[in-house]
Design a protein around this ligand. Structure first.
Ligand code: COA
Length: 110
């Protein structure tokens, strides 16, 4: 199930990032992004466990409202099963509803 993030998901999201990025501590980054006004967060939940998370933060290129995609994480036990794609599609659809004119992503081109 994909749904919007709820405040009670915080611990599950932090645990997810610890597994998805074992060599990097993204705790503060995820908290800082979560505190950004109007950031859209979605989670993938399976049997009560948060197995995926994505966020889209509002920003501008000149006068044009756009969104920055990231971070994005899927739990290693659930990768390559389409959950990352599903979260991205959900987020892109939500950005279209907000009349965002583009989405940028920073990361490894692969
Ligand atoms: C990268 C990540 C989000 C992909 O999520 P996922 O649920 O495994 O991806 P999907 O199953 O939806 O796959 C979507 C496509 O991406 C490809 N893909 C998945 N992981 C990939 C990787 N690490 N490198 C390159 N391509 C990848 C898949 O092959 C698939 O391509 P296809 O549609 O042509 O077959 C997930 O592997 C992850 O969380 N990795 C660790 C954290 C990370 O790197 N996050 C992204 C940077 S913030």
């Amino acid at each position: 199930m994909i749904r919007a993030l709820r405040p009670q998901d915080d611990a599950g999201v932090q645990t997810l990032y610890a597994f998805a990025f074992p060599d990097e501590d993204l705790t503060q980054l995820v908290r800082d992004v979560a505190a950004t006004v109007d950031t859209a967060h979605f989670v993938a939940e399976q049997q009560g466990q948060i197995i995926g998370h994505i966020c889209f933060s509002p920003c501008h290129v000149g006068p044009n409202p756009i969104a920055l995609l990231g971070p994005l994480a899927i739990h290693p036990d659930h990768q390559k099963a389409g959950h990352g794609s599903a979260l991205i599609k959900t987020g892109l659809s939500a950005m279209k509803d907000r009349a965002v004119q583009g989405v940028m992503v920073l990361g490894d081109p692969a």
